[in-house]
Design a protein around this ligand. Structure first.
Ligand code: AMP
Ligand code: MG
Length: 416
């Protein structure tokens, strides 16, 4: 087991474990696919538009008919065509007149112009043109949006609600996505009172990590197969780990009991079940005592230190990294934003700072909030993301570029 690894090394060690695994793939309908990760490239079954059609209610005219109309002559109307009518119903040439056309209706192959209804007047036996739009205007050509056979969503993309428009219209009914990873969570600590147990007594505090982990992990898209509180005993921890393995969790998470206290039973419990400890302690603040292990059944274990902000950081970054990796998704990329102020920092320690992005004169500026201690939760209510600084950097000046990650990785489209 490694001790005191750097943040980069910790991600590397987790990534190496994740590489060998991926959550199984299932085909689901479009609405169920939303927020899931695409496992196989999605291919358009149809071109969009499937047939050349009109973008306006009006008349489809040949070039010659337009010329006649522009000379002030009336143009006869051969027929009316509506959205849903087949292109086979259209006149094969312009000899019988122009065609009254509705939005979405197929455009005759010989038509060069769509003249909007409001730019015409009806006369005996036809129409007169008051104004003519440029050639080709209001004609939506077959395949101009999406071509049948194109890969329209690559593997690894997260399906978003707006994608459903393009998928549905191009004939994609189901998407192969990764199954939601299965996760077990527990909080530890005899001082904790559950939210439904009434006010904490003397020396007690509410268990906030457990509802937080359940909320964040559900928001990431996981199936919580176990969600429990565990007392500070070796037996209770061993029982939790065994239950999580029995529930076939891909990731097993705990908060608390990974430091140096007399009741920090996570490590002894992992040893007792025969887990392989991979690293313990990351040179970072907050959340230094993070522990990462592999259980005998291959599930991965994250022991998050119990301070509330340590739990937030380690869950937001390391557990999330593992979850996206399990679904074959490339790691998140930070935004690079300018610091609003000077920032004092020691080398040798990575920092995760609660931060807000604000509008500056020259663009976005990012500001570290007051209250960076790992028990200070009020800034979580104000922040919109995290400044993340590697242990390799020292103090920084206002205007320097820093890495910024949104508070919720779902807060930005996955092109970031
Ligand atoms: P630990 O990592 O167990 O040593 O806990 C570190 C600090 O976090 C202590 O002040 C604990 O009381 C607190 N803590 C641990 N677990 C939780 C929890 N589930 N909810 C709120 N605070 C916690
Ligand atoms: Mg504890």
């Amino acid at each position: 087991m490694k001790s005191f690894v750097s943040m980069e090394e910790a991600f590397g060690l987790i990534g190496a474990e994740i590489q060998e695994r991926q959550t199984p793939v299932e085909r689901v309908s479009l609405t169920l696919a939303v927020n899931r990760y695409v496992a196989e490239p999605v291919v358009a079954q149809l071109s969009i538009p499937p047939h050349t059609n009109s973008a306006r209610d009006g008349f489809a005219l040949s070039a010659e008919q337009v010329t006649r109309g522009q000379r002030g002559e009336s143009v006869p109307v051969a027929m009316e065509i509506r959205a849903g009518d087949s292109p086979d119903q259209l006149p094969v040439d312009a000899s019988t007149g122009c065609v009254r056309i509705m939005t979405g209706a197929p455009v005759p192959v010989w038509a060069t112009h769509i003249v909007m209804v409001e730019d015409t007047e009806t006369v005996d036996g036809g129409i007169r043109l008051l104004r003519v739009s440029p050639e080709g205007a209001w004609i939506r050509h077959a395949g101009s949006d999406i071509a049948a056979g194109d890969v329209i969503l690559a593997a690894g993309r997260r399906v978003l609600p707006e994608h459903v428009q393009a998928l549905a219209s191009s004939g994609v009914t189901h998407v192969a996505v990764h199954q939601l990873p299965k996760v077990a969570v527990c909080s530890t600590g005899e001082e904790l009172v559950q939210l439904d147990e009434g006010m904490p007594g003397p020396g007690q505090i509410y268990d906030s990590n457990r509802p937080f982990m359940a909320a964040m992990l559900s928001n990431f898209g996981c199936e919580l197969v176990l969600n429990t509180h565990v007392g500070d005993t070796l037996d209770a921890m061993v029982h939790y780990i065994e239950s999580a393995m029995a529930a076939q969790a891909d990731l097993v998470v705990s908060s608390g009991a990974v430091s140096m206290g007399n009741y920090d039973f996570v490590k002894p419990a992992l040893e007792a079940v025969g887990a392989e400890l991979i690293f313990h302690k990351v040179t970072q603040k907050p959340g230094k005592p993070l522990l990462f292990a592999k259980l005998p059944n291959g599930a991965l274990y994250f022991g998050l230190p119990g301070n509330p902000v340590s739990t937030v950081v380690n869950c937001r970054f390391y557990v999330h990294y593992a979850l996206t990796g399990l679904q074959q998704r490339p790691p998140e990329n930070p935004l690079k934003l300018r610091l609003a102020h000077d920032l004092e920092k020691q080398e040798g320690l990575a920092l995760f700072l609660k931060a807000v992005v604000k509008r500056g004169k020259g663009g976005a500026l990012v500001e570290a909030l007051d209250g960076q201690e790992s028990f200070e939760t009020a800034p979580l209510l104000k922040m919109n993301g995290w400044i993340v600084l590697s242990e390799h950097v020292g103090s920084m000046s206002a205007g320097d570029l820093v890495s910024f990650f949104p508070a919720s990785p779902r807060g930005l489209p996955d092109i970031f």
